[in-house]
Design a protein around this ligand. Structure first.
Ligand code: ZN
Length: 551
C-alpha cells in the first residue's frame, strides 16, 4: 500500500488532481507537455508536480505551476508527449545483464560480422580460455544458414568457442570446444539432446541441440562473482531504461539474482523496478524463511513462483493441438507433467505465493488452467492473480476460462514484428489466435506487455508497433484480427503490468500518490503512422522522480 493517503480530490472546473499532503511543496514541476496519464478521471494533462519520488498533482500547466515555490525546479517539456513508464512483465534482466557482461553479442547481420566480433574478443582472451557468444539468430544473417565448426575454427583454434542461439535451445561450437568436451564423431547423442551432423558428410557440424549443450556448459568455468552480478544488473538497467522501460518482471530469478538487484539498488545503480519470479526449484529455502509474493519494496519485490509447462514459440516446440505447418506429426513438447505442476503449485498457493506457469500452446494453456481451477476449487484464495507466462495460442473457450478465473496472460509483444519469419510454421490462420491481445481486451482480461528478453527485443516502441500493426519487419501481416489501438497498447504496457504484480495502487498511471515513473517521447504515438511507431525517439526516462536516462 502507498504510504501516502489515498484521498485525492478534484479541484475546480479544470480538473486538477491533487493529493492533500502535510507537505504540499513540489520539488519538481514538469509543464507544457502532452501527458497520457492512463487515469480515466483525467486522461490528458499538461503538467505534473512531483515530491519525494511521487506525483503530487496532475493538471494544466497553469494550475500545477501555481503550486511551485521558489525552491521548485521547473522543466518546460516543450509540448512533448509523456506516458507512464513501461512495464515489461516478462523478461530475464539479471541473466541477460550477466550475458552482456561476459559474452559477445552476436545479434549481427552476417556470419562474417559475427566472426569479427568473436575474433575481437579472442584477441583479448588468453589462449585456452573460452570465448562465449549469445543472441545469435540464423534467420537474421545474410547467409541464412547455421554457423558451423569451420566458421568458428576460422575465428580461433586457440580458444574453445561456444555461441548460444537467441532462442536458447541450440548452441554452436568450434573444434577445440568439441575436444575440451570430449565429443568426437563416435560420441552417441546424450539423452534429451542431439549433435547435429552435416547431411552430406555425416560429420559433426558444430550445432548442438537441447541437452547436448550441457556437455559444453559444464566445461566452462563459472567465475561469476557477486560483484559481476551487480555489474550485470547495472548494465541491463541502463540498456532498458533508455528505451522507456521503468519496471520489469524477472521471469526466472534466483536468490542470487534478488541479491544482485538489491546490491545494485543500494549502490544507486538500479534504474528500474524489479518484480522477481522465483523458479520452483529455488523456492523451498525462501518459503522456509516465511517469504512469499509481495515481500520487498517498490524497487525490488518477490514475485510469483515460476514453472514451465511446454516448449518455446521462437524455437517452434510449443505444445499445440494441431501440428506445425510442414511437420504433420509434430505437435511440440510438454516439459512438466500436470501432476507435478499441481503438486508444486498447491504448495506455493497454500503458502500465499502468486503462481506463474509458462504455457505457450493451447494444449499447455488448457493443462495450466486445469491446475489453477483445481487449486481455487480445493483451496479458494481471494485474488490469487494466477499468471500464464506467454499464453500464446488461445481459443474462445480458453479465453472464457481465463476471464472467469481472473488469470493474467503475459504474451510476447515484439514477436510478430521481430520474429515474423518463424511465424510461417504456425500458419497465417493460427496467427489470428496467437499473441491475442485483442481477444483478451475484448474479454476484459488485463493482458500485459512482455519481451522475454533475450529471446525477444525489449524496446517498448517496437512492442507498440507490433501489437498495433501485427506486421513484421519485412512487411508481412500476421494475425490482423488481434490488432489493437495505440491507446490500448499503451494501457497494456503500463496499467496492466502494474496489476500483474499487485502494484496497481503504486504505479502504471500518472496520478497523484503514484510513483513518478514516466517517459518523454519525441513524438505523440497516436499522431504518427503506425508503421513508424518504432522510430519514435525516447528522449528521457524518469523513475521515482529522478531522470535515469536523458538523450
Ligand atoms: Zn521467459
Amino acid at each position: 500500500m502507498s504510504p501516502l493517503t489515498r484521498r485525492e480530490f478534484v479541484h475546480g472546473m479544470a480538473g486538477i488532481l491533487l493529493l492533500p499532503l502535510d507537505r504540499t511543496e513540489p520539488q519538481l514541476v514538469l509543464y507544457n507537455a502532452n501527458f497520457f496519464t492512463m487515469n480515466k478521471r483525467l486522461p490528458k494533462a499538461e503538467a505534473v508536480a512531483i515530491a519525494d519520488g511521487r506525483f503530487l498533482a496532475v493538471g494544466s500547466s497553469e494550475e500545477v505551476q501555481a503550486l511551485a515555490t521558489s525552491r521548485t525546479t521547473r522543466i518546460d517539456l516543450g509540448g512533448k508527449t509523456v506516458v507512464p513508464g513501461f512495464i515489461d512483465a516478462h523478461s530475464h534482466p539479471a541473466s541477460a545483464g550477466l550475458s552482456h557482461l561476459r559474452m559477445v553479442d552476436c545479434d549481427l547481420r552476417s556470419i562474417a560480422a559475427i566472426q569479427a566480433a568473436l575474433r575481437e574478443r579472442a584477441d583479448k582472451t588468453p589462449p585456452g580460455q573460452w570465448v562465449l557468444g549469445f543472441k545469435y539468430d540464423d534467420t537474421k544473417t545474410a547467409e541464412g544458414r547455421f554457423l558451423n565448426t569451420g566458421d568458428l575454427d576460422a575465428v580461433s583454434t586457440q580458444h574453445p568457442i561456444f555461441v548460444e542461439h537467441r532462442g536458447g535451445h541450440t548452441a554452436y561450437v568450434n573444434s577445440l570446444a568439441l575436444q575440451e568436451a570430449g565429443v568426437s564423431e563416435e560420441t552417441p547423442d546424450p539423452p534429451g539432446g542431439r549433435f547435429h551432423r552435416d547431411p552430406t558428410t555425416g560429420r559433426l557440424s558444430g550445432r548442438m541441440e537441447e541437452r547436448a549443450s550441457d556437455l559444453f556448459t559444464q566445461q566452462i568455468p563459472s567465475t561469476v562473482t557477486r560483484s559481476d552480478r551487480r555489474e550485470g544488473v547495472k548494465l541491463i538497467s541502463r540498456m532498458m531504461t533508455r528505451t522507456g522501460v521503468t519496471s520489469v518482471h524477472d521471469a526466472y530469478g534466483t536468490p542470487e539474482d534478488l541479491q544482485a538487484y538489491q546490491d545494485a539498488q543500494e549502490a544507486g545503480e538500479l534504474g528500474l523496478r524489479v518484480y522477481c519470479l522465483i523458479g520452483s526449484a529455488q523456492i523451498d529455502r525462501m518459503m522456509a524463511a516465511g517469504i512469499r509474493t509481495g515481500f520487498g519494496n517498490e524497487w525490488v519485490r518477490v514475485g510469483p513462483m515460476k514453472m514451465t509447462c511446454d516448449g518455446s514459440i521462437s524455437e517452434r516446440t510449443a505444445r499445440l493441438s494441431q501440428p506445425y505447418i510442414g511437420r504433420p506429426n509434430d505437435y511440440g513438447i510438454l516439459v512438466t507433467e500436470e501432476a507435478e505442476l499441481y503438486e508444486r503449485a498447491r504448495k506455493a498457493h497454500e503458502a500465499g505465493w502468486q503462481i506463474g506457469i509458462h504455457a505457450n500452446g493451447d494444449v499447455a494453456i488448457d493443462i495450466t488452467l486445469r491446475v489453477y481451477e483445481r487449486l481455487q476449487r480445493e483451496l479458494p484464495r481471494r485474488d490469487p492473480r494466477f499468471r500464464i507466462e506467454h499464453c500464446t495460442l488461445i481459443n474462445d473457450s480458453l479465453v472464457e476460462r481465463i476471464r472467469a478465473l481472473g488469470v493474467i496472460p503475459n504474451p510476447f509483444s515484439t514477436y510478430v514484428y521481430y520474429h515474423g519469419e518463424k511465424m510461417r510454421e504456425y500458419g497465417a490462420e493460427r496467427l489470428n489466435s496467437m499473441f491475442a491481445v485483442r481477444s483478451f481486451l475484448d474479454a476484459g482480461v488485463p493482458v500485459t506487455m512482455t519481451s522475454d528478453y533475450p529471446p525477444g527485443p525489449f524496446e517498448p516502441m517496437m512492442a507498440l508497433q507490433s501489437m498495433v500493426t501485427r506486421t513484421d519487419l519485412r512487411g508481412n501481416l500476421w494475425g490482423p484480427r488481434q490488432r489493437v489501438t495505440v491507446e490500448e497498447a499503451l494501457r497494456v504496457g503500463t496499467v496492466h503490468g502494474a496489476y500483474a504484480s499487485f502494484e496497481e495502487k503504486l504505479k502504471g498511471s500518472i496520478e497523484p500518490g503514484k510513483l513518478a515513473d514516466l517517459v518523454v517521447l519525441g513524438r505523440d504515438p497516436t499522431q504518427v503512422e503506425p508503421s513508424s511507431l518504432i522510430d519514435i525517439p525516447v528522449e528521457r526516462t524518469m523513475v521515482g522522480g529522478r531522470w535515469v536516462f536523458e538523450a
